[in-house]
Design a protein around this ligand. Structure first.
Ligand SMILES: [Zn+2]
Length: 248
């Protein structure tokens, strides 16, 4: 589905990824889950493109449902993989740092198991290390198709980043923003910070960068933002994080 000028969303249900077209070349933003490779390969002919047109893989953060098949894309298509420098070590297989939150409150949610089943079936319970990565930093404009600008937005992971396509008014947010919580099914614009938060907690930054941009997230339903989430009543606890199987 085209969600912006030359921006295509590929979705297996939980965790979307995107293809950016630019002058006949492609950049992939996030790499789904490992077994989502087939979805990429099947989509390319429909766009009149081939695997050889893939020039870069940009990863929004080092979780297994975003790094997915990146290593396969790197070795098969020869596309370099990019990620923020603060998530590079984990993307290459290092153990992630501590994560805030507890799993207990999600265990009674049907949606939790639906998401867990979907990710397990697609091989996303374990991060496949990416042997070679290139790194980017905040504010950099990447010389890859679409020329996205990096907006570092730590919190969900230390290296979480959004990618801004300035001329197209599209912002690809990874898990920085979502309109649906994949563990509860709740709809509403929200940060995935509560689903997984790096320790120590860090606030999102760069709020002015979001203004006026079309928001498109790797979480479901972000392409057409849903209603604003109701404020959490005073005294209600924050939702804890899911088990590590979903965080990596
Ligand atoms: Zn994530």
């Amino acid at each position: 589905m085209q969600v912006g000028e030359g921006v295509h969303r590929l979705t297996p249900g939980v965790c979307n990824f995107y293809l950016i077209e630019d002058g006949g070349k492609l950049a992939l933003v996030d790499a789904g889950a490992p077994r989502d490779w087939d979805l990429l390969v099947q989509t390319l002919p429909a766009l009149g493109r081939r695997l050889e047109d893939l020039e870069a893989v940009l990863i929004s953060h080092a979780h297994s449902d975003h790094t997915g098949f990146a290593e396969r894309a790197r070795t098969t298509a020869g596309a370099p993989v990019w990620i923020h420098q603060a998530d590079a070590a984990v993307a290459k297989g290092a153990k992630p740092g501590k994560n805030d939150g507890k799993a207990r409150s999600y265990l009674l949610r049907v949606e939790f198991y639906r998401t867990l089943f979907s990710l397990t079936r697609r091989g996303a319970t374990k991060l496949i290390p990416i042997r070679e990565v290139s790194t980017f930093g905040d504010g950099e404009m990447l010389e890859v198709p679409g020329r996205p600008r990096v907006v570092h937005a730590p919190g969900h992971t230390p290296g979480s980043a959004a990618l801004l396509l300035e001329g197209r008014r599209v912002l690809l947010t990874g898990d920085v923003l979502a309109t649906r919580n994949p563990l509860t099914g709740r709809v509403g614009r929200r940060s995935c910070r509560r689903v997984s938060t790096a320790t120590p907690r860090r606030r999102l930054g760069h709020s002015t960068s979001w203004t006026g941009s079309r928001l498109t997230s790797s979480c479901p339903a972000m392409a057409s933002p849903g209603p604003k989430a109701p404020p959490r009543p005073r005294g209600w606890p924050e939702q804890p994080a899911p088990p590590s199987v979903l965080r990596r």
